[in-house]
Design a binder for this molecule. Structure first.
Ligand code: GDP
Length: 297
């Protein structure tokens, strides 16, 4: 499957480190847990999350009377699945629903919006894009290319115009054209938190006023290849922007897929989608069990 393929580099890294530990023990003792914790940290799971996984593992081993190190692999999969489950589905059941997409430049925001638009259109939904990253003309043009590729409408204004006005026009168009989902690109300027908050606040107020009863998502796009830096970005944006879900991109290009677990566990924000390539169908809904299986099989 695409997920398995996309996670190959991470699997080679995580599974080989974990297997090396498990294969070097004939019985389960404290040293095994310590080595395992180290292996998980090396696989970009992060120290707090690695500790929590091993804590739960100790409890499970004791509870189930497990003695064979080889059985530990299945238990780790269970623990990771349980950690990552819950809230993965996009809440977009009202028509229209609104998805705000945020993230710093280069993480794959435009590509993600394009892929998501195509995916939702395939599902029979009428999608409108709002080019509300008005900071760069290139961002608007890039998004237009994806809108055309996906075959969906896009509302755009000139570079430098008010992002909230773009969103307002997109919502008006969505109501008039009976669209199902409005996906709004936004400028992710993390280095200027006050601007970012003001801008997102203004956009949110427009949405609340125009579509108070609609389903709304605020998706943060993160680049998995940046490892722990993605975790830090997630923390910053969580504090600044009230995100409802995370999209992790470029998992195909990295061995650092362990960050998915760190982000979910540290921030308690669901991972909703993952990017496993540059093509239009390379955005996958996140499935905790498939993810854990792909890491260890
Ligand atoms: P933006 O600046 O955040 O809008 O980023 P873009 O959408 O322009 O993407 C930046 C680069 O990352 C482009 O070359 C994309 O093709 C690439 N990219 C985005 N998502 C993925 C992914 O899931 N896998 C891979 N391999 N590349 C991706």
């Amino acid at each position: 499957s695409k997920i398995k393929e996309g996670l190959k580099k991470t699997r080679d890294s995580v599974a080989s480190k974990v297997n090396m530990v498990l294969n070097s023990f004939t019985k389960i003792d404290e040293e095994l847990f310590e080595d395992l914790e180290e292996a998980l940290v090396m696989a970009d799971v992060g120290l707090p999350t690695a500790e929590r996984i091993c804590e739960q593992l100790r409890a499970k081993v004791k509870e189930q009377g497990v003695t064979d190190p080889q059985e530990v692999r299945g238990l780790i999969k269970e623990i990771i699945t349980e950690m990552m489950e819950g809230g993965e589905d996009l809440r977009i059941s009202t028509s229209p629903s609104v998805i705000l997409v945020i993230g710093v430049n280069g993480v794959g925001k435009t590509t993600t919006i394009g892929k998501l638009a195509a995916h939702l259109k395939d599902d029979g939904k009428k999608v409108i894009l709002a080019a509300a990253d008005t900071f760069r003309a290139a961002a608007i043009d890039q998004l237009q290319i994806w809108a055309d590729r996906a075959g969906v409408d896009m509302v755009r204004h000139a570079e430098g115009s008010d992002p909230a006005a773009v969103v307002f026009d997109a919502l008006t168009a969505a109501k008039a054209r009976h669209a199902d989902v409005v996906i709004c690109d936004t400028a992710g300027r993390l280095h200027n938190k006050k601007n970012l908050m003001d801008e997102l606040g203004k956009i949110s107020r427009v949405i609340q006023r125009e579509l108070p009863d609609s389903d709304q998502e605020v998706l943060l796009v993160l680049d998995a290849t940046t490892g722990q830096n993605a975790v830090n970005q997630a923390r910053e944006f969580k504090n600044t922007a009230g995100i409802t879900g995370i999209v992790l991109t470029k998992l195909d290009g990295t061995a650092k897929g362990g960050v998915v677990i760190a982000i979910r566990e540290d921030l308690k924000v669901p991972v909703k989608m993952i990017g496993v390539g540059e093509q239009i169908d390379d955005l996958q809904p996140f499935d905790a069990k498939a993810f854990a299986d792909a890491l260890f099989n």
